[in-house]
Design a protein around this ligand. Structure first.
Ligand code: ADA
Length: 549
């Protein structure tokens, strides 16, 4: 099966149509240009930051029942096979498997019309007010393969006991003929263990032979092959446990201090279609700096990124797409339904990645309003039910005013002392920054919250690369601020970690009602948009060499 999979990366025929023009794409489009897949069309020459419909076309050899897998595109797409619509994708960054009848074996035309016009209805998840750029394009790999006889709608391997090497494997297949059992083979095993199935679903405990624990220091990965209904499904997984005890996060039974950064999976020249080499370099830089984690802000991560984090031993907070959603939005039934659908999809796609230790959603929503509670509760319940093995959280910027913190396992505060706080001096006030963080730690130590770990999930300051002098917007100011935060977190018994804002400068909009974004970039990166370190990067790396995480 794997060798029948076609990777559709390459240069496709292309044309750009103004507006939301998927209909015209199939009837009247004249393909007058070429575009790379994966790629963002709104960074191509002549189309820089344009909004409209990018229409991609190529010919493919295929026939019979096929599966087209998209690991992520945006903002939304319509897909046509020989001019017949076979799918619509209405959520950016979402992984989708499309099953369709490709007809007779031979050459067929595949058209993907991707639109990056904003849709202001509440049913749209990528909204105009988000503080990261809404690119149009096919962000991540596309593959095409013959459809399997059965489909694994769920396939979970959850570590149970690390010493005994036990895991719980749960599967749910769909298809015309459902298998009565699955066979599980670990690593090099040739004799499988049986998992009985009823209506294509089953769950049982297994022992992994010669089990080795996965950790950031020794990211050991096991493999399982799951054979059922004449098909084989390979899965890679790791044996590790993330737990909460007395308000602390524990990894494999030991207290965990998370020191890392928020990272947009983005690049100024490629948008969200980040080339593998750049993704790899980013993660190697992070690992070498001594940081141990990233928050994949603010959307589901690519398979490639999660694979790399599994291999390098980088811990990940993965979250579904959302940003600053208002009470009006949070109570909208369409918005709610899509949030739930996409959050569940994210959890099911990433559940076997040991690097993922936290699930998140709805960054900085209006969690002071009663309207937020039903959706936050529903998302937390859904994640717990889909995956009982990982804690759930959301980045709150409402701090002490938040009324939803009881609904999640971990309290995560996005806070910008020394940046957005009013009446600040031109120069850093370290005591103010530390006392603000101390205030949050005290708040989180109240009876009702003391059993929940506390994270500072965003904190930072803008720094224009090369600007020095120590005042706001300079590299020193940012380095001083972030150093103060990291020292506080390392020394605090209450705080389980921080995700600094942010890894690299990232594209957003030049202005919005509440934010100043120099040149259309959020310049709070510790490295600049092309990944050249600022002073803060070196400062934090030096500090982490002095401490042992
Ligand atoms: C927010 C948000 C980020 C970014 C940041 C900032 O808290 O979650 O996406 O906008 O602040 O730079 O202000």
């Amino acid at each position: 099966m794997e060798n029948q999979k076609q990777n559709l990366a390459g240069v496709w025929d292309f044309t750009f149509l103004p507006g939301n023009a998927a209909g015209t794409a199939v009837t009247g489009a004249k393909f007058d240009s070429r575009a790379a897949v994966p790629g963002c069309f709104d960074l191509m020459p002549g189309l820089y930051l344009r909004r409209g419909t990018g229409v991609y076309r190529r010919m493919v050899q295929a026939g019979g029942e096929m599966e087209l897998t998209s690991d992520g595109l945006g903002l939304r797409a319509e897909i046509f096979w020989d001019k017949r619509k076979i799918a619509e994708i209405d959520a950016a960054f979402s992984k989708n498997v499309i099953r369709f009848d490709a007809g007779k074996c031979g050459e067929h035309e595949l058209i993907i019309a991707v639109c990056n016009e904003f849709d202001d209805s509440f049913g749209s998840l990528f909204r105009r007010n988000y503080d990261f750029y809404a690119h149009g394009g096919i962000y991540r790999p596309l593959t095409l393969a013959p459809a399997r006889k059965i489909r694994p709608d769920e396939l979970k391997i959850i570590p149970l006991d690390l010493e005994r090497g036990t895991v719980r494997i749960s599967v749910r297949f769909s298809g015309k003929v459902l298998p009565g059992k699955a066979e599980i083979f670990f690593d090099q095993q040739t004799a499988g263990a049986v998992l009985p199935l009823e209506n294509g679903a089953g769950s049982a405990e297994f022992t992994v032979p010669d089990a080795k624990v996965w950790s950031p220091e020794t990211p050991f990965l096991h493999r399982a092959r799951i054979a059922a209904g004449g098909e084989e499904f390979p899965v890679r997984f790791g044996l590790r446990k993330i737990e909460i005890r007395s308000g602390r996060l524990l990894l494999n039974g030991k207290p965990l201090k998370l020191i890392g950064c928020n990272r947009h999976d983005a690049h100024p020249d490629f948008g969200y279609a980040v080339p593998s080499e750049i993704r790899l370099r980013d993660l190697l830089m992070l690992k070498q700096s001594g940081m141990n984690c990233i928050r994949g802000c603010h959307y589901p991560q690519s398979e490639e990124l999660l694979d790399l984090c599994d291999e390098l031993g980088i811990l990940v907070w993965e979250e579904s797409l959302g940003w600053g959603n208002s009470a009006e939005c949070l109570k909208d039934p369409d918005f709610q339904a899509k949030q739930l659908r996409e959050t569940r999809k994210m959890a099911l796609k990433s559940i076997n990645h040991p690097c993922v230790i936290l699930w998140g959603f709805l960054n900085e929503c209006d969690s002071t309003s009663a309207e937020a509670r039903p959706l936050i509760k529903a998302l937390a319940d859904l994640l717990h039910e889909t995956d009982p093995s990982r804690p759930v959280t959301y980045g709150s910027n409402r701090l002490q005013r938040d009324i939803c913190l009881d609904l999640v396992d971990v309290i995560s505060f996005n806070t910008y002392p020394g940046w957005y706080t009013a009446n600040e001096d031109q120069f850093i006030n370290r005591a103010f920054v530390a006392s603000h963080l101390q205030g949050l730690a005290e708040f989180a130590s109240r009876n009702e919250y003391r059993d929940k770990p506390l994270l500072i999930s965003e904190v930072g300051a803008e720094a224009i690369p090369g600007l020095t002098g120590g005042h706001r917007w300079t590299e020193e100011y940012q380095a001083d601020l972030l150093e103060t935060v990291v020292r506080f977190v390392l020394d605090s018994d209450r705080c389980s970690g921080t995700f600094l804002w942010q890894f690299c400068d990232s594209r957003t909009y030049s202005s919005s009602s509440s934010q100043v974004r120099a040149g259309g970039f959020n310049c709070k990166g510790m490295v600049d948009r092309h990944r050249t370190p600022k002073q803060s990067w070196h400062r934090i790396a030096q500090l982490l060499r002095e401490y042992e995480l």
